[in-house]
Design a protein around this ligand. Sequence first.
Ligand code: SAM
Length: 289
Amino acid sequence: NIKAIATPNRTKEILKKYGFAFKKSLGQNFLIDVNILKNILNVADITKETNAIEVGPGIGALTEQLAIYANKVVAFEIDQRLVPILEDTLSPYDNVNIVNQDILKADIQSLLQQNFYDEKEIKIVANLPYYITTPILMHLLMAKLPISSITVMIQKEVADRMAATENTKEYGSLSIAIQYYTEASVEMIVPKTVFMPQPRVDSAVLHLQMRKKPPVDVMDEDFFFLFVQACFQQRRKTLRNNLSRHFANLDKPMIEKTLQETGIDGTRRAESLTMEEFALLANTFYNQR
Ligand code: SAM
């Protein structure tokens, strides 16, 4: 019976053995509570029928649990100093592959082909580095990977914004971007005390179930996301106001025509619009250009 990596004592022991100093700039906050890890695996529904991708294994706390419960694990770690440590801590497991690469630069698609040669579902599970949570998630979502879900520990505040629905103060262009690709839910609030060192903010486990297709049809995805951002530019201003500010003078008559054609009241605020309404507005505007 092997002692889990994710305990305060074992973690301290490993850090000491290798003289490892945390790099704040890489968002290194390691999990030291096995129960939290088991909860994350439950949310992700990890079984031997699942292959797992991990972002940022650290010293292997979550990787180890994935190795035990999943079929195979591929973990991307940017910090070279962690590679020999992981080789040591994960030596009992033969189903883990550590890739020493920046997840934002790696050719994930071909690495998946090289590592997963069965038909099992692929899921992403991670305790993400908080300084690049949003870039990493958007990158993974837009990479069109053959994955079925993403389950991540992130800042609670960001998780709330990603899963927010209309008419809440958390709702914004990030909610739309995430929910265009996934069904998002905040599954668990996690206290700072389960990390070493402790982060300054509270955390949450966010579950993103990949959609088979987007919930709305848009003419042009890039334009759609830019349009939504423009609508939210100044949250307290009206839709008409934000759109007029964003688009050049030339486009102004088109804004009025779009509002009229769609029947969406220009005095509303972006936070009251559903994704369907955003898609209708963006498509109508796009068609007039
Ligand atoms: N999974 C470990 C755990 O839960 O204890 C560590 C999580 S820690 C919050 C984030 C990890 O991501 C660190 O090990 C850090 O070095 C790594 N990391 C940071 N930026 C990265 C990037 N761009 N690509 C891959 N890994 C990265």
